[in-house]
Write a protein that binds this ligand. Structure first.
Ligand code: ZN
Ligand code: ZN
Length: 285
């Protein structure tokens, strides 16, 4: 029997199965809610008829791919343009023919990676179409990768190319990783941080969590791990699978973690105005 890709209508997670799958491992996980009205899985033709593809350049060498109306977690696929081979990190819920043509026009994909299952989107499509040289996922997330083939599992860190390095942070998901882009000064942080933004895309508050909707906090050890990994990395922007957030700097990110380490466990949405006042590293005051 041929295996067909199906997307969970509740969260958007893709599985290849011989029939609509019996359940969804993302939705049955502690960190997520089950669909209140039962399982519904969507085939590629159904999804293709539902969604419209979009892309926008955030800077001359970086494009964000998304679809509408929202499907599941509704993440963003980031494409970083390089003359000798592009990097795609995270993925949109689905790639329409027009989106795939645009990626082709921009030079295809040489390196493909994602932070954790909530950022996978339709990663399998990008692998099928562009056959990237490397598909890198941290080894503790391998159990979620059945819809595609990981070609480069890694332990603590993996440098995809000079200045672009994946770092394992764990925490929210055991295998969660971040991608640090030294030259663009961006941390693609997965769900290590959540940025609350208004409709104009302005940053209102930042939080960190084990589970966002269920408000399960991270342990102190997990917060310390985030801090240990992130503290040496220089950045002035974070990109979650859902938000592009210039102004969420390393100092802001560390202030969120320090609040977690000081206080009782909790998922606190700390206003940007309070985080911006956090002492800067190296400050003498
Ligand atoms: Zn699901
Ligand atoms: Zn997540």
């Amino acid at each position: 029997m041929p295996l067909e890709p199906y997307a969970c209508a509740n969260c958007g997670y893709w599985q290849r199965y011989f029939a609509p799958p019996p359940d969804c491992p993302v939705c049955t996980d502690t960190r997520n809610d089950l669909p209140h009205d039962g399982w519904r899985f969507l085939s590629v033709p159904e999804i293709a008829s539902m969604l419209t593809g979009h892309w926008r350049s955030l800077r001359p060498d970086m494009v964000a791919f998304s679809t509408s109306p929202p499907l599941g977690l509704n993440g963003t696929g980031w494409l970083l343009l390089h003359q000798d081979g592009n990097i795609a990190f995270e993925a949109a819920p689905f790639y329409t023919a027009a989106m795939l043509s645009e990626i082709e026009r921009l030079g295809g994909i040489r390196f493909l990676a994602a932070s954790h299952a909530h950022g996978y989107g339709a990663l399998w499509q990008l692998q099928d179409v562009f056959q990237p040289e490397v598909l890198a996922i941290q080894k503790d997330d391998l159990r979620m990768t059945k819809a595609f083939r990981v070609t480069w599992p890694y332990d603590d860190a993996l440098e995809l190319r000079p200045g672009l390095t994946l770092h394992h942070v764990g925490g929210h998901y055991e295998g969660q990783a971040v991608l640090h882009d030294e030259h663009r000064r961006i941390l693609f942080c997965g769900d290590a941080f959540k940025v609350d933004q208004n409709e104009r895309g302005e940053n209102l508050a930042v939080s960190t969590h084990k589970a966002f909707h269920k408000e399960i906090p991270l342990t102190r050890g997990e917060l310390r791990r985030y801090r240990d990994v992130i503290a040496p990395l220089d950045f002035d922007t974070v990109c979650t699978p859902f938000e592009y957030a210039p102004g969420v700097t390393r100092a802001v990110a560390l202030a969120v973690l320090d609040d977690g380490l000081r206080g009782p466990p909790g998922v606190r949405h700390i206003p940007m105005r309070d985080l911006a006042r956090a002492p800067q590293e190296g400050s003498t005051t």
